[in-house]
Design a protein around this ligand. Structure first.
Ligand code: EPZ
Length: 432
């Protein structure tokens, strides 16, 4: 397994271009199942999760070509030979559950492995399933799989066309909203969904579905209305920038003394909660041409953060902001309300000398001057990124192991950081 080795203390200066948004690319790749080909995704990040999704689409019978140089993914054909997402693929990436809605809408039947939990939490999909049942699907759980069947036509068997429905989510769920948007796009009649997730990636999926000929209103707000249509067409779409990747590099620029970094491609409005908290901590953030310039003179101030669904503070930025707060002059409290186990970066940071106490869903961070470089273990995608940031300012050498977690969501992170002055490199085949 690879590791990333970092020697801390080098100021960062220069521009970092972010890639296309992973969490927009994944549902949009699954949306190709709703139409025949050829569809084309541009500005698609070169990540493990994209490769996993491509493998899943191929397993279903699609032709998929991923070009990591041009960042294009072509889906020439989507002729289904199967309607099953097997455990071997779904366990690698729980977002594979996003084929459930499209398969049911296109094919009338679907068999998708339950994603199971992951490092950060149980991650149930009850909201996805309740919504599909409201649209007339029959859902059975058998031996770890969701067996979904379209409505039974009079006198016929199942596998019929979904029907529009009124759906109220018990809580905002990003992939739940996306799964049901894709199912409703081809359903018969109107679907109205309340308490939807409002993430920019949900809005981006709505744009693509409308490009395909769907009639989606309100994507990106908490109420989404969809008039089902008979058929959808393939699309050509360039994906929005990855706001979480961008926010991660903004934190890196704020964390390392004396840095002056411009993060290019991100849409500042999609990160308002993060920007507000960083500014409260004493970080200077301003638009600068195609990007966002991040600098800091003087010490960081402690700031309390509670994660919340968008537009609240993103849970995917919690670990990174916590690392920033280890440098603040005083005590701050980070509260994680979305996932039940998203503090696994804390024991690793404690190995680097951080003073952090966990009390249930909150972590109290006692700011201090420095961390010491150490060998640490990546556990999940964003925790890995936070350990790399810590290594950038820790004294001495840090080795972040099991960076396959990082490769799921960050394209060439060590190259992008080296290009702005960090002393870091990838160590192939390091021990796990
Ligand atoms: C999406 O996951 C993102 N992944 C996650 O990003 C992100 O952390 C998360 O949204 C929250 O913003 C993708 O978009 C591919 P949820 P998702 O359904 O959709 C509960 C990353 O780092 N819930 O919005 O799986 C759930 O347990 C990843 O890129 C139910 O109870 O998250 C959680 O507590 C990590 N029942 C909360 O809702 C359901 O049916 C939010 O989960 C669905 C969710």
């Amino acid at each position: 397994m690879d590791a990333i080795r970092i020697r801390g203390g080098r100021r960062l200066a220069g521009n970092i271009q972010v890639s296309g948004a992973k969490n927009a690319a994944l549902p949009i790749l699954c949306a190709t199942l709703l139409a025949d080909g050829p569809s084309l995704l541009r500005n698609t990040p070169a990540l493990r999760d994209i490769d996993t999704t491509a493998a899943l689409l191929r397993f279903l019978g699609c032709e998929v070509m991923v070009d990591k140089e041009t960042h294009e993914v072509r889906v020439p054909t989507t002729k289904l030979t199967r309607a099953e997402a097997p455990y071997e693929l779904v366990k690698q990436m729980r977002a594979s559950v996003l084929v459930l809605g499209p398969l049911l809408a296109r094919n009338g039947r679907a068999k998708v492995s339950l994603p199971g939990g992951c490092a950060i939490g149980a991650r149930p999909i009850d909201q996805h399933l309740k919504g599909l049942e409201a649209m007339g699907a029959t859902i059975k759980l058998e031996r770890g799989y969701v067996i979904a069947d379209g409505p039974t036509s009079p006198g016929g068997s199942g596998g019929g066309r979904l029907r529009g429905a009124e759906i109220a989510f018990d809580l905002p769920t990003v992939t739940g909203t996306e799964n049901l948007m894709m199912a409703a796009a081809l359903a018969k009649g109107r679907t109205t969904m309340w308490n939807c997730a409002r993430e920019p990636e949900v809005e981006e999926l709505g744009r693509v579905l409308n490009k395909m000929g769907a009639r989606v209103e309100g994507a990106g707000t908490d109420v989404i209305k969809i008039e089902g249509v008979e058929q959808l067409a393939p699309f050509d779409h360039a994906i929005i920038a990855d706001r979480i990747e961008g926010g991660t590099y903004m934190i890196a620029g704020a964390a390392v003394d004396g840095s002056d970094v411009r993060v290019d491609g991100i849409i500042l409005e999609d990160l308002e909660a993060l920007v507000l908290k960083m500014r409260q901590a004493g970080v200077q953030i301003e638009r600068d041409g195609p990007g966002v310039r991040v600098r800091r003179e003087g010490p960081l101030k402690p700031v309390n953060v509670t994660t919340a669904p968008h537009p609240g503070f993103p849970t995917d930025m919690q670990a990174q902001f916590m690392v920033l707060m280890t440098r603040a002059r005083g005590e701050s409290v980070m509260t994680e309300t979305i996932f039940e186990n998203r503090f696994m970066h804390v024991p690793e940071l404690q190995r680097m000398g951080a003073h952090i106490e966990i009390h249930g869903r909150s972590a109290v961070v006692h700011g201090q001057d420095k961390l010491e470089g150490a060998s640490v273990m990546a556990t999940d995608l964003r925790a890995s990124a936070s350990l790399v940031i810590a290594g950038l300012f820790a004294e001495g050498e840090t080795e972040v192991r099991r960076v396959y977690h990082l490769d799921r969501g960050y394209e060439k992170m060590e190259q992008r950081l080296s290009a702005v002055g960090a002393d870091c490199e990838r160590v192939k085949g390091a021990e796990g």
